[in-house]
Design a binder for this molecule. Structure first.
Ligand SMILES: O=C(O)CCC(=O)C(=O)O
Ligand SMILES: [Fe+2]
Length: 258
């Protein structure tokens, strides 16, 4: 079946979650077989490919001169690029992050080296990713010591309808965020072994059912999601691998200084 340009253009918009039009989540973007194959390839890489950081390990593929993204990754990145229609050229950089249960990533903004669209494919185990408006978007900048948790309680703190929100990243799901969500928000993953699926999680339904909003197919909640009373939680019991796919605009000899 051919995909008409109209459909290509409409596709990402169908997957918008929450109130920002620049955040999309596509459940089950890949099959379980593809997930297994990707995980096999990630762990087939030589040990020297892993860089250990304080709270996680990562592999860098591409983004520097003379290093192409390998074909086991381009199989997926080409599909992400084609189906989203959001990247200006072929995805030339994939960062693979490995998180053990209880590991996370500090709230941060992806750097200016990238075109402002990022696609994150999750494998293995689910987590919740939190988005927080950049501190410059606080209407009360005189309260710099407030913790992000306290800030989440106080909706009036943020200017121009900027509010903290979260996205549940289930295995095989694809998160895409761009433009405003890319440059006006920080994103991070808490280093806790349990992540609550609270009312700030914009894709709660898709995460719990494991299917897209219009699929009509309801499946039991994934095993890792537990309920205690009204509160649903992700119990992080397994390793999570994520593939962060971006376009490096100007390819240099080095991307990071480790
Ligand atoms: O692992 C993730 O889901 C996020 C990774 C990330 O934000 C990054 O590598 O910049
Ligand atoms: Fe990031």
């Amino acid at each position: 079946m051919s995909i008409l340009p109209m459909e290509v253009e409409d596709k990402p918009r169908n997957f918008v979650v929450g109130s920002l039009p620049t955040v999309m989540y596509i459940p089950d973007f890949i099959t379980e077989t593809e997930e297994t194959q990707l995980l096999e390839n990630v762990y087939k890489a030589p040990q020297s490919k892993w860089k250990s950081l304080k709270n996680r390990r990562l592999q860098n593929w591409g983004g520097i001169v003379h290093e192409k993204v390998p074909s086991w990754l381009t199989k997926i990145t080409q599909r992400i690029s084609e189906e989203s229609g959001l990247f200006p050229s072929a995805i030339n950089h994939v960062l693979i992050n490995e998180y053990l249960p209880g590991q996370g990533i500090m709230p941060h903004q992806d750097g200016p080296a990238y075109f402002p669209v990022v696609a994150i494919l999750s494998l293995g185990s689910p987590v919740v990713m939190d988005f927080t408006p950049h501190s410059s978007l606080r209407s009360c900048s005189s309260k710099p010591t407030i913790s992000s948790e306290d800030a989440n309680q106080d909706v009036g703190m943020w200017t121009d309808n900027h509010h903290p929100f979260s996205v549940a990243l289930m295995p095989r799901g694809l998160l895409i965020f761009k433009d405003e969500a890319y440059s006006e928000y920080l994103h991070g993953i808490k280093d806790d072994a349990v992540h609550e699926i609270n009312e700030e999680v914009v894709n709660e339904r898709e995460a719990l059912l494991g299917h897209g909003p219009d699929s009509g197919l309801e499946k039991a909640a994934p095993l890792e999601v537990m309920s205690s009373g009204d509160v649903k939680c992700i119990q992080r019991t397994k390793t999570r691998i994520s593939l962060t796919c971006r376009v490096v605009l100007k390819v240099h000899k080095k991307l990071f200084k480790f």
